[in-house]
Ligand binder design. Structure first.
Ligand SMILES: [Zn+2]
Length: 317
């Protein structure tokens, strides 16, 4: 495992031993390989562990370049097979959302350049949430581009603890719920959708394509990772309430084009295959957004029920 050590997670070895997924950064230290509860939504059936694995993929998927491609209008995919990174292109420079692991920054740079853009034109770096597989590379991206790094206030403590090879995590602007980030005629809105992390951020923007305007939603994450305690969580006693608040926000967002911090959240690979066959643009998928929220919310309730029963009931919500 080539994953660099970071200070935030003391139980790296234990997490790797039990998971062997290369995704320790998303794990509570007591993560285990229990399948967890199972849910079925619209023909999709997952256990908690399978839903997690759908998102993070295999260890190789996290670092393997996925073909860089235009999604719609001026938003492009520049991430790996299982870790999303998006580039929003404007006449005044570009915005990158999610640097992913530091070791992936070179992969992202390659994708940006293969699309014909300059990496140094990235002026703003945003993130989905304070887990290393999404934001560990921020310091390196800033070093290479000089981009302004912006992060949701509630995620700042976790980001400050994220120091790959000792590099402090850069934060140039602290964001609050529904703050706007503007560049070159684009407005991105930061929605606080907590639960997965305290400051988990779902980005929305309007994208023009072929004379039409589309609401794009980049799902921060509404997943309950294996090992996370929704009940009797001493670090975040109201974690279940935070998730509930997150789902309420997610449900309120108009969405034509769902995207997400992991491509599995919007079935990128299926859609990319269709994209190659021509129109209509398969990334326009409002129904897919609702199904993904139904999946995530069903799993949240299943995990909460299981943990409440195990604790004798009454705790949590
Ligand atoms: Zn995460």
């Amino acid at each position: 495992m080539k994953t660099p050590m970071i200070g935030l997670f003391g139980c790296v070895a234990a997490a790797l031993a039990v998971l062997a997924l290369g995704a320790y950064a998303q794990q509570a230290p007591n993560a285990n390989r229990e399948p967890g509860p199972q849910i079925s939504v619209d023909g999709y059936t997952y256990t908690q562990l399978q839903l997690f694995q759908r998102n993070v993929g295999a260890a190789d998927d996290q670092s393997t370049q996925f073909p860089a491609h235009k999604i719609i209008g001026n938003i492009y995919y520049v991430g790996t097979t299982s870790l999303a990174s998006f580039l929003v292109v404007t006449p005044q420079g570009n915005i990158l959302i999610d640097s992913t692991y530091e070791r992936n920054v070179a992969v992202i740079q390659k994708s940006v350049e293969q699309l014909g853009f300059k990496f140094s034109d990235i002026k703003i770096l945003l993130g989905s949430h304070a887990h290393a597989d999404h934001m560990e590379g921020d310091a390196l991206v800033k070093q290479l581009t000089g981009a302004q790094v912006m992060a949701m206030a509630e995620d700042v403590p976790a980001l400050e603890a994220m120091k790959p090879e000792g590099k402090p995590h850069p934060i140039d602007r602290v964001l609050h719920d529904r703050d706007e980030v503007k560049l070159g005629g684009m407005t991105l809105v930061a929605h606080l959708t907590p639960g997965h992390t305290r400051g988990c951020t779902t980005w929305t923007m309007k994208i023009r394509d072929s004379g039409k305007t589309y609401n794009v939603v980049i799902i921060g994450s509404m997943g309950v990772n294996p090992g996370v305690k929704l009940v009797n969580n001493s670090d975040v006693p109201n974690l279940a309430e935070e998730f509930t608040r997150g789902f309420k926000v997610m449900r309120s967002l108009p969405c034509d084009v769902p995207l997400g911090s992991h491509p599995g959240m919007y079935r990128m690979q299926e859609k990319y295959a269709k994209l190659k066959q021509g129109d209509p643009n398969p990334f326009i998928d409002p129904a897919g957004y609702k199904i993904e929220m139904d999946i995530d919310e069903a799993m949240f309730h299943a995990v909460l029920d299981q943990q409440q029963k195990a604790s004798g009931g009454g705790a949590g919500l």
